[in-house]
Design a binder for this molecule. Sequence first.
Ligand SMILES: Cc1ncc(COP(=O)(O)O)c(C=O)c1O
Length: 447
Amino acid sequence: MRTNTNRTRELFQKAKQYIPYGVNSNFRYWGDDHTPIIARGAGAYVWDADDNRFIDYRLGFGPIILGHAFPAVTARVAAAIQDGVLFAATTPVEIELAERFTRMTGMEKVRISNTGTEANMHALRIARAFTGREKFIKFEGNYHGNFDYVMFSGPTAKADLLGPRQHPHRLRATEGMPVAIRNYMISLPYNDIELFERAMVEHGEELAAVIVEPIMGNAACILPDQAWLQRLRTLCDEFGAVLIFDEVKTGFRLANGGAQAYFGVRADLAAYAKAMGNGFPISAVAGRDEIMAVVEPGRVAQGGTYCGNVVAASAAAATLEILETEPVIDTIFANGQRLIDGIHAILERAGVPHTVTGVPSMFSVLLGKNEPPADYRGYCEFDAELFGLLGQELIARGVLVDDDPREPWFMSYSHDAAIVDETLNIVEDAVNAVLGPGRQAGLRLAA
Ligand SMILES: Cc1ncc(COP(=O)(O)O)c(C=O)c1O
């Protein structure tokens, strides 16, 4: 139970003096009264600046697949940095990492970078160079990072501005980007085979790529329809477009082979980050040999001062070794399913219409309707405000979730059955506080 927030609020006021909104990424700002300041983490737990302990289901927006400060990863990094961290040259640990990475993912070639944004940016550039084409398809509600080409109609788009389903608008996600670059992208609703087929007939010959999040990791973990995902594959082949899977959230979290292994659909190129490094900043663009071959000095630029640095590469090498040699994903799925089943039961007992979307290692709890949404427009029909109230009750009781239902609940290898059961007791209390008998009157339930 959070008892005191004095130090947090004091530090937040100080942060605001120097940092816009007191955060170094806009998504971390939860308002002046609620923005957390986290001082440390261990395993499934984090502690805020007032030393309140929370069971953490945000896990740094997904990367912490093993647990905070996981000893084997920390030890490997601590040992490696004694010998220097950056040499502007290939290091042995990068080779070890690349060998393990390609074996686990089934990708033939890989280049290492630092963030998910970079990996997707490079994937798009490589696809354009390989095909000699410039346009691409992107799906509503998908987020591919903080670079201009892809920042249209993402998970912050307002539903009433998305335009007609048959001809969606391409909504800019931020000021400061050139309006004209919207002409390079075609926006489509997720999971709609008919509209995808129509778009391919109209534009297939001019497309460099179709880029997709194989689970909507930034919009309530909406799952792909298997036939639709397969159709992306076959039509990309037919029209010579590169199929890019953005596996930044799904990679090393759905399976060691990511969403491609989980759903049985191969991408030509994929972007990885997050779980790959258990919180250390690392990412990768990877793919078929023939396509990755365009990354050649003097032809396609890929690189950066910190790409493959010893700190991140050592962390990723240690993380992937554990993922490959221990039953990490199976354990996470078993405990995640226990949590999902418990949440279902609690919400059912409370008589609250709801659905849980996603998979046991990353899922979202949506309130107000029982049918899972198929696309971002469908997500917008759920009651985000009501989930926000529940989220704040959970946080006050020591379960740290995002109070925005678009952002998944993430599980780690450190969240064992006892921690899940402790969480469920808190969920029950929080649900009763917000939605228990006599409390639902006056709340807007969207159903
Ligand atoms: C699916 C997806 N792609 C790309 C990114 C961007 O990654 P980064 O924040 O590391 O640049 C994110 C970040 O949340 C993401 O979820």
